[in-house]
Design a protein around this ligand. Structure first.
Ligand code: PLZ
Length: 441
């Protein structure tokens, strides 16, 4: 459980052992399961990933926002080790166990909203979103679902239908689910310069009222900061205006915080950054359990209780080891120190990215909150997406031991979401690599 917190490249990337594994893999693993960087990782700690060839990468992706608290966080390792030796499975809907309830207490007490809340646990983000759809439909007796341009909600049939991009998520996998409607998102970098948050919300509301009808809509699902869409932070007032409209029309407001949630932005949930926002339901996953598969839906008790007994469940949802990890993560977050750290990391990253933007016009936009930051790359002097430069920078970072991820509807966003266990020194080291890549472009 220790690994020197240092970037170190000792072979070509991927190295010989990774290449051999990639060969084995290609024989037996479906090519539908792609790989961004074929460096096979053997161990990780804090903010460092070590591959089978001995190369050490600075992790600027946290497994897409999962190990927010750091790889092999000692509290998580201890909680999971203790739990795995004691009880690994009963199925909560057959015979329950305490850690599931404890995780529910923590989640309901820290989710925003000045009302009584309840929770339920599942395995994946997509499963949480699907269950939120079921709950909202049952609670409202309505069928239609509103989602947004540039959104991402998962890979199951219903959630892939809720995604904005058809490729790669939906191509050839249809028919997609019906009753899903995409409304225009607030995208400050690409919206008209003078458009306010409330105006952007009115544009979406008008669309939904005309196209779907407010009285038909069971729920509106929105990521308070869009993840796969490229860390799009909606203009201030956008989310609150949508919430006011959902409340006036009996629509369940669901914040999908699978990527933005739990300490990533410097608060428990990104929703808390918007004045007055209190989502009826929030979907959580990824970062809530430090690497263990756990997801959940949390929100207004009367909506959560609308589902009949036996209507929600699943064999592995909220399994003992997963909820034990969730409890270990949430109890550590209660100190508040992790939120401050997310903000400090965000200051360093955004400060340096903005300086790079001044020198390199290929960076069109720098955006994000806390330790959830991104750059959108464009053809200099325009806002035309520049996926080629994005790909080149991505490769440069990977070759030099910095694991960054891409994103964006136009494949022209690099996102930075390091574990909060990272040191200032490593953050700077990773950004030096990025800066060198920009200079080379
Ligand atoms: N909602 C907001 O970001 C997952 C996708 C990884 P699952 N995003 C990463 C991939 O390529 O499959 C995500 C998300 C938001 C829902 C999900 C889905 O979460 O745990 O991947 O099902």
């Amino acid at each position: 459980m220790s690994l020197e917190q240092k970037r170190q490249i000792v072979t070509a990337i991927p190295g010989p052992k990774s290449l051999a594994l990639q060969q084995r893999r290609s024989e037996v693993i479906s090519s539908g399961v792609g790989t961004m960087l074929a460096a096979f990782i053997e161990e990780a700690h804090g903010a460092i990933l070590k591959d089978v060839d001995g190369n050490q990468f600075i992790d600027f992706g946290s497994g897409i926002g999962v190990v927010t608290i750091g790889h092999t966080n000692p509290g998580v390792v201890e909680a999971v080790s203790n739990q795995v030796a004691k009880l690994t499975h009963t199925l909560f809907t057959v015979t329950p166990y305490e850690p599931y309830v404890r995780a529910g207490e923590l989640l309901t007490s820290h989710a925003p909203g000045n009302f009584k809340k309840k929770a339920a646990f599942f395995n994946s983000g997509a499963e949480a979103v699907e269950n939120a759809v079921k709950i909202a439909r049952k609670a409202t007796g309505r069928t239609e679902i509103a989602v947004f341009d540039h959104s991402y909600h998962g890979r199951t049939n219903l959630t892939m239908s809720m995604n904005f991009k058809v490729h790669p998520y939906g191509t050839g996998f249809g028919p997609l689910a019906g009753s899903v409607h995409h409304a225009p998102m607030s995208y400050p970098y690409r919206d008209p310069a003078e458009m306010t948050g409330p105006e952007a919300a009115t544009r979406a509301i008008t669309y939904l009222e005309k196209r779907v009808g407010a009285a038909q809509i069971a729920a509106l699902f929105i990521e308070p900061i869009q993840g796969e869409g490229g860390f799009i932070v909606p203009a201030p007032g956008y989310l609150k205006t949508l919430q006011d409209w959902t409340r006036a029309n009996g629509i369940v407001f669901v914040a999908d915080e699978v990527q933005s949630g739990m300490a990533r932005t410097g608060k428990w949930f990104a929703s808390e950054w918007e004045e007055g926002l209190e989502p009826d339901l929030i979907t959580v996953a990824k970062g809530i359990a430090g690497g263990m598969p756990l997801s959940g839906v949390v929100g207004r008790a009367e909506i959560m209780d609308a589902a009949h007994a036996g209507g929600l469940g699943g064999t592995f949802g909220g399994s003992p080891t997963a909820v034990a990890a969730g409890v270990a993560v949430m109890e550590q977050y209660e100190s508040g120190n992790w939120f401050n750290r997310a903000l400090e990391i965000g200051e360093i990253i955004s400060g340096r990215l903005n300086a790079m933007k001044n020198s390199y016009p290929v960076i069109g936009d720098v955006r994000g909150r806390g330790a959830m930051q991104a750059i959108e790359l464009v053809e200099p002097g325009t806002k035309n997406p520049n996926p080629a430069a994005t790909e080149a920078l991505l490769k440069h970072c990977h070759q030099n031991g910095v694991l960054v991820l891409n994103a964006g509807t136009y494949n022209n966003v690099l996102r930075f979401l390091p574990p909060l266990a990272i040191s200032d020194e490593l953050v700077h080291d990773a950004l030096d690599v990025l800066a060198a890549g920009l200079a080379k472009l």
